[in-house]
Ligand binder design. Sequence first.
Ligand code: DP6
Length: 347
Amino acid sequence: MSARLRPPESARATALAHPNIALIKYWGNRDPYWRWPANGSFSFNLDGLWTRTTVHFRAELEQDVLWLHRRRVTGEGLRRVQRVLDAVREQAGFTWKAEVISENNFPMAAGIASSASAFAALAVAAAAAAGLRLREPELSRLARLGSGSAARSVPGGYVEWRVGAHEADSFAYTFAPAEHWALADCIAIVQETPKAIGSSAGHNLAETSPLQAARVADTPRRLALVRHAVQTRDFELLAQVVEQDTHLMHAVMQTSTPPLLYWTPASVRVMQHVRAWRGQGQPVAYTLDAGPNVHVLCPADDAANVATALAEVPGVQRVLIARVGGPARLLPPEQALSPKGPAASEG
Ligand code: DP6
């Protein structure tokens, strides 16, 4: 640790990050403490949806304070944030506590991984506030300590998170920029209430499924297919591998002890409709994370029509549309959040 005990004068920074949708899923950890994943994964960032976070290291604070949507958060949520703050403080060589203020522009229980954008924005803001000049891989690793999928929300566009030879070597990078392929994610929301078992608890159950080892062993093949599909903009190939990957993860979830069944009848209805539409020649594919809402991928130009069709499926409450988004980024000081400040608009 360096001798520096206090952050630089300008100890405040604000960052914005997008959530992401995994095309090849992260499920299970080699080492849960470090969130070193069992397998590599692949995603794209979701433009238009974001978390904005301000981090302010202050000498007079006796403890770290977290505000989410202007409400004070303690307990496990605060502890995860502290994992990232502690890593930053250790690297920067000071002990000042921080005030962290965060907000999302999308519903947190909508089956969109808000932890991905939250910890990507936190990592970028905290490192800058502490005066650390970290490169993208280091920021990706830092975000990963708070939430695995957050590693993928640091770089922009189409992103791969490699397992790495050891935990320090496990970070995400841009496989192709957002402009490479104009896809969209139409998120069919069938349930807005928070899920009963979150991802972190779910990851710890993965090993109890006899199918997890086979899923992990086959991941390099699926990753190679997704890379090829993205590289060549082959939607049909993408659809096949993305849906297979979804079913492999949910098969593991459903055969864990205790079993996790995230689907509702409406989720299944949406999946069946998407399969039928693709059978009629429409380029659409579905994927589901640890929740019942269905992410329907399609060419961006088709998104409005796909969303209209999805909204007519019984049980779909509403549909969000997101195109492929860019990297996490710092925002100018005037866009900083304050705990009591007005609700923000995108920067
Ligand atoms: C199903 O990154 O949310 O969305 O590391 O415990 O925060 P933690 O888990 P998280 O897991 C994501 C699981 C997933 C698949 C994926 O996004 O790859």
